[in-house]
Write a protein that binds this ligand. Structure first.
Ligand code: B12
Length: 141
């Protein structure tokens, strides 16, 4: 799928197809799981979004810096460990401290998460899998 998207990208650029939106995506600090997050990124790219994948073990400051630099419409955070879920809250607080929280929507995901947790930490949405992440992204933007 990754190879297919790489082949398609130059044609989409040539055809002048505008990106549906810009998304910054990363797995939170302390967490090295990236399969699900990257799958979400690939499906979002397939749906026409520009995705800036920050990788894994992404600290709150790095998320904040990426928002300032890239001006995305949406930030996606992933966590697979119950011990790293709380770093999502720390990241939301960092976005607030940097004054950029109001400029972006934030969605969260990962196996141990729930919609209730997303609401509790103040995220804008939660999706259980990659296709629901695309639907959520479209509904948030
Ligand atoms: C593969 C794996 C690893 C690999 C990761 C490789 C990689 N490059 O990602 C390795 C071996 C490195 C690993 C390490 C560890 N792991 Co691990 N790992 C897994 C495993 C088996 C599968 C995770 C996975 O890739 N699933 C497949 C993807 C497609 O699914 P997904 O991640 O859930 O993603 C989907 C959704 O959640 C959602 N989603 C995900 N991210 C996002 C983001 C957004 C924004 C949205 C909207 C949606 C979304 O969409 C995705 C696609 O549908 C899980 C068990 C499990 N069944 O989940 C354990 C698991 C997560 N690991 C676990 C543990 C404990 C660890 C270690 C601590 C083990 C150790 N003692 O070293 C370390 C932690 C290292 C670290 N600091 O992160 C535990 C966590 C338990 C807990 N309560 O927290 C699990 C649950 C295993 C278990 N049953 O004990 N792990």
């Amino acid at each position: 799928m990754k190879v297919g998207l790489t082949l398609l990208k130059p044609h989409l650029i040539q055809a002048g197809v505008p990106a549906a939106g810009k998304v910054v995506l990363g797995t939170v600090k302390g967490d090295l799981h990236d399969i699900g997050k990257s799958l979400v990124g690939m499906i979002l790219e397939g749906a026409g979004f520009e995705v800036i994948n920050l990788g894994t073990d992404v600290g709150p400051e790095k998320f904040g810096e990426a928002v300032r630099m890239n001006k995305p419409q949406l930030v996606g955070m992933s966590a697979l460990l119950t011990t790293t879920m709380q770093n999502m809250k720390a990241t939301l607080e960092a976005l607030e401290d940097l004054g950029v929280r109001s400029q972006v929507k934030v969605m969260v995901g990962g196996a141990p998460l729930t919609a209730a947790f997303a609401k509790e930490i103040g995220a804008d949405g939660y999706a259980a899998d990659a296709s629901r992440a695309v639907a959520l992204t479209k509904s948030l933007l």
